[in-house]
Design a protein around this ligand. Structure first.
Ligand code: SF4
Length: 356
């Protein structure tokens, strides 16, 4: 039977990962939240750091948001980190720190979606639910040679049904992990290793020569370009940062003061804007430092960084904090800010020093 072949393959090919071979729902949940964000190798240090600092859901629930964002820094999609904390608090406060022990119960928790609920229900409680991540969608789409888009609603429904049909009901936990691992190691997006695949004899895509064309995905949403002008305001050896508000990217992370425009501003326009906002005095200079591009899922950020050295503390009116440059490392900051710091570390900015 095909499912048995899959389990046999998994038994001898699975990677040793710290969240495998555990029935602890907290550990499974933590790993899934991180792995939705990044690949296994990149996610491992994050997983270890979180688990070391918060060994259980109660300890995580007692964390403050800044600590969580700091540990999450670099993974992107910070709302996911904030939701993780909220879910931990919900479980600690309303469920005595105990995760519900079935799919439906888990799904009722705000912050836990169908994928994570299925992963916890299956891996921790061996419930017969199919876990569908990107790897599983790909395997199923090829195994059954289905060209419905995997990110469309009809496709999702179809693949859920097929995955459930294919699920080994006697050992759903291992089956789910095995198919995910097969997608990660063998049935890869590019150049799948069909000759090593335990499903090859029944794979319809292989039979029909459709492996390269599957799975099908609907085109991504249009990417919006934003033009950001960042400022290092240096006053008496301190610089201004502020906490980003709700309703935009990177909510609650610390960032540099910035101006956004519909295009990059020329020097005179930039100065004019700063003067109008009272962020600059007429006799002060704006020095260009660094330019970079930063890509998010739906946004392309074209960023310029400038230095303004001033003897008059500007009232930025963004609830700014004036801090020593070395204090930045204690704050949770967006990756774009981090890119600038890398540049800053490798360049001499006179009196303004940033120790590594
Ligand atoms: S035979 Fe190839 S395409 Fe089919 S499931 Fe295996 S690796 Fe994927």
């Amino acid at each position: 039977m095909l499912q048995k072949e899959l389990l046999k393959w998994y038994a001898s090919n699975q990677r040793e990962l710290p969240w495998r071979n555990t029935r602890n729902p907290y550990i499974i949940w933590l790993s899934e939240v991180i792995l939705q964000q990044t690949r296994v190798q990149q996610g491992l240090p994050y997983f270890n750091n979180f688990l070391e600092k918060y060994p259980n859901v109660i300890s995580m629930s007692e964390a403050n948001e800044d600590e969580i964002l700091k540990l999450w820094q670099g993974l992107g999609y910070y709302s996911r980190a904030r939701n993780m904390l909220k879910t931990a608090q919900l479980i600690a406060n309303n469920y005595q720190g105990i995760f519900p022990n079935n799919y439906e119960g888990l799904l009722k928790l705000k912050g836990i979606g169908p994928y994570t609920a299925a992963a916890i229900a299956s891996f921790a409680y061996n419930e017969s639910v199919a876990v569908l991540d990107g790897n599983v969608y790909r395997v199923i789409s090829r195994l059954f040679a289905k060209d419905e888009p995997i990110n469309g609603s009809a496709g999702k429904k179809l693949f859920e049904e097929l995955a459930l049909q294919f699920l080994n009901k006697k050992d759903p936990a291992t089956h789910n992990q095995a198919i995910m691992e097969l997608g990660a190691l063998v049935c890869t997006p590019q150049n799948p290793k069909c000759s090593e695949c335990p499903l090859q004899k029944s794979c319809k895509a292989l039979d029909l020569g459709l492996v390269r064309t599957l799975p099908v995905k609907l085109k991504k949403l249009k990417v919006k370009t934003r033009y950001l002008h960042y400022f290092i305001f240096e006053f008496k050896g301190k610089i201004a940062i502020f906490q980003r508000p709700e309703g935009d990217i990177w909510q609650n992370l610390f960032d540099l003061p910035l101006l956004e425009a519909s295009n990059h501003l020329a020097e005179t326009e930039l100065k004019q804007n700063l003067l109008e906002k009272n962020w600059l005095q007429i006799n002060e200079e704006v020095q260009f430092l660094f330019q970079t591009r930063h890509i998010l899922t739906h946004q392309r950020l074209e960023a310029l960084f400038f230095l303004v050295r001033t003897n008059n503390k500007p009232a930025l009116n963004i609830q700014e904090h004036w801090i020593e440059p070395n204090e930045i490392k204690l704050k949770a900051i967006p990756r774009l800010f981090d890119k600038f710091l890398d540049w800053w570390k490798s360049n001499d900015l006179g009196n303004l020093t940033l120790k590594k």
